[in-house]
Design a protein around this ligand. Structure first.
Ligand code: TC6
Length: 311
């Protein structure tokens, strides 16, 4: 896998090449085949296949067609360029496997789902690096938001900013009912601005008013508050999270794939098309924004604040 990752990173990064996700995936593809009557995954006598790279562990239950992608990039599952590259490779493998019909995203790190974009990737780097990094962030979102598969986030820890975006991009969100875990698009607290496609994804989940207030204030919502505003769909005790996620996917997979996929595509197309049509412009916007001295100062201060809080 280590040999494959830089190749994909280059494919994602090279402006002249057709981007991997030049077209969202939820349309223009034949429906996945349902393996038969839907059954609860626990009742199946099935084979599990696992594959892993440095930062993602994938398990596919071949009987139910449900895969689990476990994020395992200590200490906090930050979305670095390497992480995003490996994430997209793993997801692409599942997308290409017609036996896989649903994916659960969860974390292998206790108490943290994902800490969002890796802030160090946005500090004092070259414009080439920023372009490569931002293309990889776009790619993750295009792949998850446009996926043909049923996607469920089993949020077993805190999930700020980019971590929240990953969860928001899924079809369904279940969070561990621990009031210490928080989730939200807190970019404003770092002195940075969530791009339009983060905002659109958020609005599509919670509605305009709730999204506007939450974005302007850079809110991190506790798990109960996240349920109240519709940012997550349900809370369950942490030990029941994975079983609940599998049961939800089984329920969604009970419908004919083509009808569910076309409906998903119809609901998400506008937002996906907007980024696909303006991908390069969005990268340039990111570069102009992130290279501002004031923004670099804000990010530096935020990282210092994280270190102080720790020490
Ligand atoms: C336009 C752009 C849009 C941007 C979108 C984004 O996603 S912006 C991202 C917005 N994200 C946020 O605002 C989240 C900021 N993070 C947090 O709030 C907390 O770290 C936590 C709640 C995730 C975990 O709390 P905890 O007490 O369990 O852990 P801890 O706090 O002790 O950290 C352990 C180590 O990890 C480090 N590190 C942490 N996060 C990041 C990161 N994103 N990146 C890099 N590094 C990060 C931290 O510095 C420390 O390093 P050290 O000193 O060991 O070298």
């Amino acid at each position: 896998m280590a040999a494959v990752a830089p190749t994909l990173a280059r494919r994602i990064a090279r402006p002249g090449m057709l981007p991997l996700c030049s077209r969202p995936q939820a349309w223009g593809r034949a429906a996945r085949q349902s393996p038969g009557l839907p059954r609860a995954p626990s009742l199946l006598l099935t084979q599990r296949r696992a594959f892993s790279n440095n930062k993602i562990l994938v398990e596919l239950d071949e009987g139910s067609g449900i895969a689990t992608m476990k994020l395992k990039s200590p200490p906090v599952n930050s979305l670095s360029l390497d992480f995003l590259t490996e994430f997209c490779i793993s997801l692409e493998k599942l997308e290409n496997n017609r036996g896989c019909r649903g994916v659960i995203f969860t974390s292998a790190i206790p108490k943290i789902f994902s800490s969002g974009l890796d802030i160090t990737e946005m500090c004092r780097k070259s414009t080439e690096h920023y372009a490569e990094f931002w293309r990889a962030v776009q790619e993750m979102w295009l792949r998850v938001y446009g996926s043909n598969m049923v996607t469920v986030a089993a949020i077993n820890g805190s999930s700020p900013a980019g971590g929240c975006l990953l969860a928001l991009s899924c079809d369904y969100r279940i969070m561990a009912e621990n009031p210490k875990f928080s989730i939200g698009l807190n970019e404003a607290q770092l002195g940075i601005v969530a791009p339009f496609w983060f905002k659109d994804t958020f609005v599509n989940v919670v509605g305009h008013r709730v999204a506007e207030r939450s974005l302007q204030l850079g809110c991190l919502h506790s798990a109960p508050e996240a349920l109240r505003i519709g940012l997550v769909d349900e809370l369950v005790p942490e030990e029941k999270l994975q079983d609940k996620a599998a049961a939800v996917i089984a329920q969604w997979l009970a419908l004919p794939d083509h009808a569910r996929q076309l409906t998903k595509s119809m609901m998400r197309k506008l937002v996906l098309d907007r980024l696909v049509a303006h991908r390069e412009e969005d990268i340039q916007n990111f570069i102009s924004f992130i290279t501002k001295e004031s923004i670099q100062k804000s990010l530096h201060m935020y990282m210092e604040m994280l270190k102080k809080k720790k020490g």
